[in-house]
Design a protein around this ligand. Structure first.
Ligand SMILES: Cc1cc2nc3c(=O)[nH]c(=O)nc-3n(C[C@H](O)[C@H](O)[C@H](O)COP(=O)(O)OP(=O)(O)OC[C@H]3O[C@@H](n4cnc5c(N)ncnc54)[C@H](O)[C@@H]3O)c2cc1C
Length: 416
């Protein structure tokens, strides 16, 4: 029997989240033949990998995609997961990308002057590949999790199904960025005693001078800062997500709010030894640093509003410093039965296990310059500070996708 002919296409886009769909928008505009391959359904990460109560922390008026502006009735609200999926489904219905769902990419390797893309449905050959497979495919769990006694249930946000699905008893949440503070608050509201382990974090108020803090990030240009202007790009790319939650009340969810809910704050989880969780001291310093950075950011907003004659805005505000417990606990016996569950809210990472091109560094990050990877014709979208500070966010994709596809088109035109 003869082998089926290998399909050839100019460009392959991997992933049908907002990044892959936006890449397709600009490829179509430039009449570049392509397919979008998605292992699950459109918006698979939002459908399958987020927890039920999650809402976007970005307001709806920011949920714009190339060629599609938010036109709903609640621009200042924060979308639920089904609403985000609806947003992407509507985008697909109107833009009709050349989409193939249920196609898992299992390998991408150099072949001739392009790439061979192996999938669960056969192989394709292409000149260029856009990796839009997401920055948060897997939860990052520190290796010290191995020391947690087997009597304690360990969960990541991928397996978190809400307070009712956890064993009875106390919960240790490790990590106090957006995910950690949101899950700690939900568990505390459900009556669970919660201990929250806090390392370096980004504190932000939900609203500032009457506007959503993300309005300020946008208006003042902070979010538009380009990757080649950022002082310490490596650090910027590793910055944890801000302590924010999207609720109908637009409430601030900082560590003071959690303390008021009865959450116990402890330092960074430094080790698990002989069944004991050991926390770093110096909580006060960690809090002061986050407070200071927030104030500096608010100063930037105030300076911007001063220069732009925003007379209609209320006067500058300042917020109470983060209150540290008088004597924070330095250790917790995980064998005592007090803590029944540990939730690892310690971040997410991309999965490039299928990428057989040597462009991934020792820490699992893709090596690239503004989305142009270190292999001719290989591109990426949707990674932290890819081309701007806003790169991973829904509203950040349009500028990045346009510029990355511009580069890609130039590459194809030159024929190198
Ligand atoms: C908990 C959480 C909350 C967030 N909240 C916000 C927010 O409030 N506002 C905001 O703007 N952003 C938010 N983000 C950031 C960001 O918008 C999302 O991570 C978003 O999903 C990224 O879009 P993407 O298209 O880059 O990747 P994804 O949405 O992850 O899409 C990647 C797609 O690629 C597919 N894929 C992966 N590997 C393969 C493969 N080998 N073969 C085929 N298909 C593959 C996946 O199934 C997936 O559908 C949040 C992220 C997280 C993790």
């Amino acid at each position: 029997m003869s082998e089926p002919a290998t399909e050839r296409v100019t460009a392959v886009v991997i992933g049908a989240g907002h990044a892959g769909l936006s890449a397709s928008h600009f490829l179509t505009r430039r009449s570049i033949g392509h397919v979008v391959l998605e292992r699950g359904e459109v918006g698979n990460s939002w459908r399958r990998e987020r927890w039920e109560s999650l809402r976007l922390l970005t307001p709806s008026w920011q949920s714009n995609l190339p060629g599609q502006r938010y036109d709903g009735t609640d621009p200042d609200g924060y979308m639920t997961m089904p609403e985000v999926v609806g947003l992407l489904d509507r985008y697909v219905a109107s833009s009709r990308p050349p989409l193939r769902t249920g196609v898992n990419v299992t390998s991408v390797r150099r072949a001739g002057d392009g790439y061979a893309v192996t999938t669960s449905r056969g192989e394709l050959r292409c000149r260029v590949v856009v990796i839009a497979s997401g920055a948060c495919n897997l939860p990052s769990v520190p290796s010290l999790a191995e020391g947690v006694p087997p009597s304690v249930v360990q969960l990541t946000p991928f397996g978190y199904g809400g307070p009712d699905r956890l064993p009875d008893g106390n919960v240790l949440v490790v990590g106090a960025s957006a995910t950690g503070v949101q899950l700690a608050a939900e568990l505390a509201r459900a009556g669970r005693p919660v201990t929250l382990s806090v390392g370096e974090h980004v504190r932000l108020p939900r609203t500032y001078r009457g506007r959503d803090v993300l309005w300020w990030m946008d208006a003042s240009g902070v979010w538009d800062e380009r990757y080649d202007e950022v002082e310490d790009l490596t650090r910027a790319r590793r910055l944890p997500s801000p302590q924010l939650v999207g609720t109908p009340e637009r409430s601030t969810l900082d560590l003071n709010a959690l303390t008021e809910m009865g959450v116990e704050l402890v330092g960074r989880l430094a080790a698990v030894r002989d069944g004991r969780a050991l926390f770093s001291g110096g909580l006060r310093n960690v809090f002061s640093l986050a407070d200071l950075k927030m104030e500096r950011l608010l100063d930037t907003f105030d300076a911007w509003s001063g220069e732009h004659a925003c007379d209609d805005l209320p006067s500058p505000e300042r917020f109470a410093p983060t209150r540290a417990p008088a004597t924070p606990r330095l250790s917790l016996d995980l064998r005592s039965g007090e803590i029944r569950t540990v939730v690892w809210a310690t971040g997410f990472r991309p999965d490039y296990s299928w990428l057989d091109v040597p462009v991934v560094d020792g820490k699992g990050a893709l090596r690239h310059q503004g989305g142009v990877a270190e292999s001719p014709g290989l591109y990426a979208l949707g990674l932290p500070v890819l081309r701007r500070r806003k790169s991973t966010f829904i509203h950040g994709i349009e500028d990045d996708a346009r510029e990355v596809v511009d580069h890609l088109a130039g590459f194809l035109a030159v024929g190198r």
